[in-house]
Design a protein around this ligand. Sequence first.
Ligand code: ADP
Length: 563
Amino acid sequence: MRIKSKLALGLAFLFCMIITLVVLSIFYVNRVSNDTDVILKDNYITLRYCNDLLADLDRLSGDTSVMAHFDEILTKQEGNITEPGEGEATRRLRYHFEEIKKKPADTTFYDDARRDIFTINQLNQEAIYQKNLKAQQTAKTATSWLSFIGAVLALLAFSFLLNFPGIIANPIKTLSEGIKEISNKNYSQRIHFRSGDEFGDLAEAFNQMASQLERYEHSNLAKIIFEKKRIDTIINNLTDPIIGLDEKKYILFANEAASRVLSINESELIGKYAPDVAINNDLLRNLLRTDGSVTPLKIFADNKESYFSKEMVKITADEKPIGEVIMLKNVTSFKELDLAKTNFIATISHELKTPISSIKMSLKLLEDARVGKLNEEQKKLVAHIDDDSQRLLKITTELLDLAQVETGKIQLERESVDPRSIAGYAFEALRVQAEQKQISIVIQQEADLPKVSCDLDKTVWVMVNLLSNAIHYSPEKSSVFIQLKKQDHSVLFSVKDSGKGIDQQYKDKVFEKFFRVPERNAGRNGTGMGLAISKEFVTAQGGRIWLETEPGKGSTFSFSLPV
Ligand code: ADP
């Protein structure tokens, strides 16, 4: 049954009971009031007539007005005969009164008349008593009936009161609990109301919704699992090693190539905390390092020594970091080509050095007056040739240096050197160049600088290269600072200028071979090798070189060497 009908029926039943109670109450109150009315109308009035008649009877003898009054009351009594025997007594009283009227002085009928009045009085008193009994009986019956019906109604109302809130509230509670479960993604939740009412409909709609959501969830899950499989397959089929970490550095995935180069089973990688795995794996430790190093890693893979370039990609979602992917690219073939090129450059530059030197020698001879006097035009031409051959010699020397450091043929002659002497040599070498631009070179050095262990020539070469760049890229009449500072177990050498600075995107690139910042080198015949050679020289000596710069505010190139 529907809740609406249940409610209507329940209320209709209560309504009927109330109406019954009201009708019954009215009926019984009416009956009791009728009973008392009858007593009043039928008997009480007669009793009053009897009293009046008795009073008049004692004064009948001489007074005609009393006689008339007696007659009047008796006539009224004749019109109010209600009890059995009352009519007989009243007729007798009339007869005796008529006799008294004829002879008022004769007292023989007075006693008869008095007896008649008493009889009437008696009859009515008896009737009052009986009717009173009857009224009491009616009131008792009414009280019983009304109490019974009232009790039944109270019981019904009480049970209604106990059950009705539950009828409404219980399904609502079950429903809200079900909705809570759904919001917690427990889509298997169902509601069962056996009733065919509105709550039954609601439960059915709820169950439909839950099963739709469950189906949707399952199909989504299947889709997600399928997509994951697809991505896993793609990652596994990649020939380059790839490792995915979550934001807490737990390994999410690692493909076969990665487990091959790391020499660790996939099962020992996935789900593990990467720094823990790295404790016993040098290569992984290297891969997890975030020092921005761009030098290819030498890894023994595919039964030979291979080179891999590392790329670390930070993954973010909604601007929050959610992990990172480490990708390795096999660059062995490029490295091999690079080596071939370096060897080629080394051979060429070595071969070029001899003819350039002989050109320079010939120039020296040409300048000698004993060979023949040169006119002004010839002198200018010889000077040009001298400049160019000087440049050629510089380039070939740099190329040779670079080739040597790249092929690992660098020869270091380590000695204990005072850092101030390195700065001093560089200062002397570039003093004239600085004076031409009216640039002052300021050396700032801490007292008690420890000696560093390095190859003096190569370190001076680095310092000269940095200072030469600083002078070149500084505006005229500015200052260039050479700073020497002690740091834990090393000495820090910095060259600071107030030139244009270098764009952030080129910060690391300037140390790469042949790289030159676009458009800034107009008028400078550089090769882009200086900083690359400097880096090789410094790192070969166990040091580090880096750049701090801000466009428009100058650059500071620094390197450190171990004490
Ligand atoms: P180059 O022979 O071109 O000077 P380097 O390797 O010494 O080669 O420098 C590489 C590039 O870095 C230069 O071409 C120049 O663009 C930039 N660079 C080097 N030093 C400075 C500096 N102090 N200020 C601005 N740019 C510089």
